[in-house]
Design a protein. Structure first.
Length: 515
């Protein structure tokens, strides 16, 4: 994962030494040091990410406010001379068939001549290709399509056909590279591995084979291990609690005493589903105050909220468990008066991570991972293999008769409370016969602002976790106006509420499938 950074440094060293042969260049990386803590509040504000006039991203700095960047910040210089030397002599290569300088000259020549480099495909890397285009930027040329058209003679029809890049957690890329086969209709089931066909849960390979056949046969019906799912759900205790966190882990700390990449939990949403079908947006928490660590107040608010009942608690993916494990350590090393109570509460609803410095535990009210439930018992072809809630919910909106019927009505006609949405809100809507992704319906952050109003946050909308953590970072700017920060807070509250309501909707669909 460091490869491209290191080759970047090696290339910079190469250019400087060619330009100034008398110079002796010693290569370093300047890295965030997790052993250091910030000595000042607002260190992150000294390095602001901004959009330039040409809409490109840049960084403005106020580094002059630091007398010594290494001593006063959390950065440390690391000498990487040895590994750069190994790159220069060809022990490590960016292109397998080329020595270091030969690679530079070959790539430079191809660039000058504006020609296709024609290097071998690496399917695992191709899956993550950064030069793909989406519907939103369809006016741009796709480097991915250009490459595959030349290397594999793919036509537009081939790009539209289901392929292995869509398969969840596929690991046998080298096998496909040998035959240059990617389209699912051409891949034998055995390529995925030995199927288990278990009635207890779907193995990774079982899910992949199911996904392949559903895609090739254009079968949009969900696959469900009904009996196993029913047994799982019968163990859940009402009322059901659905929680979601918004968090931030950044290299440059927000406040004094914070370490690089230290977890900051600034928001949660909590929905409760009662046995009679009543759905309550029970509680929420948010703290965007600049320079103020929210973690301990966050835990206190979560504790008060979840102690209102003894029902099962749900998260979606392991994120919440990971966050609470990290805050557990912060609580342990703190001097707060309610340290013992908070420590016990966190352990009650979590399980220990493998790297925990405390003895392993599984809380007697340990959170249930709804994402794992999906992976174990359910596959929906509309997700195209993704298990993200941002893909599972729209897939449910396409297939669940119960959810479609219920959420096509406004909130005022449903037995649901909301803290952030008007009772006329309708969650399931269509445009030209196509279901609108509910996350795309959350709206703009500053809908009432004129174009000539200066917004230092430079945020347009919040409909995913990345935008949420970016929003928190921007709200730490002390010169942001209260009006702008309030608009961002309102957008965050709506986004987080939808996340826990989405979990409720997914639960309702799973319940529907077991009836």
């Amino acid at each position: 994962e460091w490869k491209f950074y290191l080759f970047d440094v090696a290339f910079q060293k190469y250019v400087i030494e060619k330009s100034f042969p008398v110079f002796k260049v010693t290569p370093y990386l300047m890295l965030a040091d997790k052993k250091k803590t910030s000595s000042i509040n607002g260190l992150n504000q000294l390095f602001r990410v901004t959009k330039k006039s040409d809409n490109r991203t840049g960084v403005t700095t106020k580094i002059s406010k630091l007398n010594n960047i290494e001593e006063e910040s959390v950065l440390s210089k690391v000498d990487i001379s040895e590994i750069i030397y190994k790159i220069e002599v060809g022990e490590h290569r960016i292109l397998e068939d080329y020595e270091f300088e030969d690679a530079i000259q070959s790539l430079s020549k191809a660039y000058q001549e504006d020609r296709f480099f024609d290097y071998d495909l690496n399917f695992q890397s191709c899956k993550e290709c950064e030069f793909k285009t989406t519907e939103e930027d369809s006016n741009l040329k796709s480097g991915f399509k250009n490459c595959f058209s030349k290397k594999l003679n793919w036509t537009e029809e081939d790009f539209d056909a289901p392929n292995a890049f869509e398969i969840w957690d596929f690991r046998r890329w080298k096998v496909l590279e040998k035959t240059a086969i990617l389209k699912l209709e051409d891949i034998d089931d055995i390529i995925f591995g030995e199927a288990e066909n278990s009635e207890v849960n779907m193995s990774r390979i079982d899910r992949q084979i199911i996904q392949k056949h559903k895609a090739v046969e254009d079968d949009k019906t969900p696959e469900v291990l009904t009996n196993a799912l029913r047994l799982e759900m019968e163990a859940w205790k009402f009322p059901l609690n659905f929680i979601d966190f918004e968090t931030s882990m950044v290299a440059l700390p927000f406040y004094a005493g914070q370490k690089p990449y230290e977890q900051v939990a600034f928001q949660f949403s909590h929905h409760v589903y009662y046995k009679d079908g009543t759905i309550e947006h029970a509680n929420e928490y948010i703290n965007l105050t600049p320079g103020e660590s929210p973690n301990f107040d966050f835990i206190r608010a979560l504790k008060r909220s979840l102690e209102q009942n003894e029902g099962s608690i749900f998260m979606f993916s392991n994120h919440e468990n990971t966050v609470l494990n990290q805050i557990l350590e912060q609580v342990y090393y703190s001097n707060i008066s309610d340290k013992a109570d908070l420590f016990a509460f966190i352990q009650q609803i979590t399980k220990a991570k493998k790297s925990s410095e405390f003895p392993g535990w599984i809380g007697d009210r340990c959170m249930i991972d709804l994402c794992k439930v999906i992976k174990d018992y359910y596959y929906n072809p509309y997700t195209k293999g993704s298990n993200s809630i941002k893909n599972v919910l729209p897939a449910v909106f396409e297939t669940s008769e119960f959810v479609i019927s219920k959420y096509s009505k406004p909130l005022k006609d449903l037995n649901i409370t909301s803290k952030n949405f008007d009772n006329s809100k309708i969650w399931l809507t269509k445009e030209n016969g196509k279901v609108i992704d509910p996350y795309k319906s959350l709206g703009k952050i500053h809908e009432d602002y004129d174009d000539d109003v200066t917004l230092i946050g430079e945020l347009d909308e919040i409909n995913n976790g990345g935008a949420a953590l970016t929003a928190y970072g921007r709200c730490q700017y002390t010169d942001m106006s209260d009006a702008e920060r309030n608009n961002i807070q309102n957008a965050l509250l709506k986004y987080c509420e939808l996340d826990t309501l989405a979990m409720v909707m997914i639960y309702e669909h799973l319940n529907e499938m077991t009836q």
